[in-house]
Write a protein that binds this ligand. Sequence first.
Ligand SMILES: [Zn+2]
Ligand SMILES: [Zn+2]
Length: 343
Amino acid sequence: MQTQALFCHGEKDLRLGMTALDAPTDNQIDVRVERGGICGSDLHYYAHGGFGVIRIQQPMILGHETAGIIEAVGKNVTKAKVGDRIALNPSLHCGKCSYCEAGLHHHCADMRFYGSAMRNPHIHGAFRDRIIIEQQQAEIIPAHVSPEEAALCEPLAVCLHAVTRAGSLFGKKVLITGCGPIGALTLLAARYAGASHITVLDIAEKARKTALDLGADEALDSRGDLSVYKQNKGFFDVCFEASGNNQAFLTAIELLKPQSTIVQLGLGGEFTFPVNALVAKELAWRGTFRFDSEFALAAKLVSKQVLNLKPLISDVLPLKDYQKAFDLALDKGKSMKVQLAFS
Ligand SMILES: [Zn+2]
Ligand SMILES: [Zn+2]
């Protein structure tokens, strides 16, 4: 059997095509995909044919932020049943390497992550009408939760992991630079973790408005006058740098108090870094990458509907309008999270 899928053939070259759909084996699940969010990495493959040294070498199915309904299960599957709505965890670790044994599954030396050209042959993604997954990739989402919200589990997991990298946020003043979908979900995750004050910086008015809708204390234009936050060596305890923009990063350093932490979410090629400020303010600059157990936590929070996710979903377009959807997702002035609706 065959199923329809969205392939990236290279820069600015997306095409619908067919791919094989086998019957699920004993531990596998056959899923009818409902929604798929377009992520920054999908946009990099589309707009530039890759990022950094990673290039698309052969046509690759995009997508790793998906939710769907179970069509069939293998005979050993106990976790879920036909008809259940699930969020799909796009990461498959080997379970055998030294990192897996140490519990650092997201650093698996043999990681297979959906829609990634980091390996050759590439690992195909989940932008397809039907997909076969392993049982452990499924997290059940109750039927009354929308598929749009369910498809946010993956980026939410990324942001929950970023929050764990920051240490305790309880009662802390948090700065978020860049409020696209990842900055916005970090805002929700930081509030859930106890942040008492959250300020968002973004140059796009749409992003600032969404941040306020999601409960930010304030949302400011990063090019405006921020001198009040620079007084007395800074104001914020923690920064989540979600823009990947060097200037936003330099601004954040001026607004942070001594001994504060910057968690770097945004990818941004080369950054200039003011070493003197790092030393004099005793700052900590930490990276954060993907997620591990946070995917199950994200599914729990989405299931309980404790986070106000809906303002974040700006557009849902049918798969056939993939070109329009990707161009819209690239336009930060017009969109937040853009999702594709599958059959
Ligand atoms: Zn993503
Ligand atoms: Zn491994």
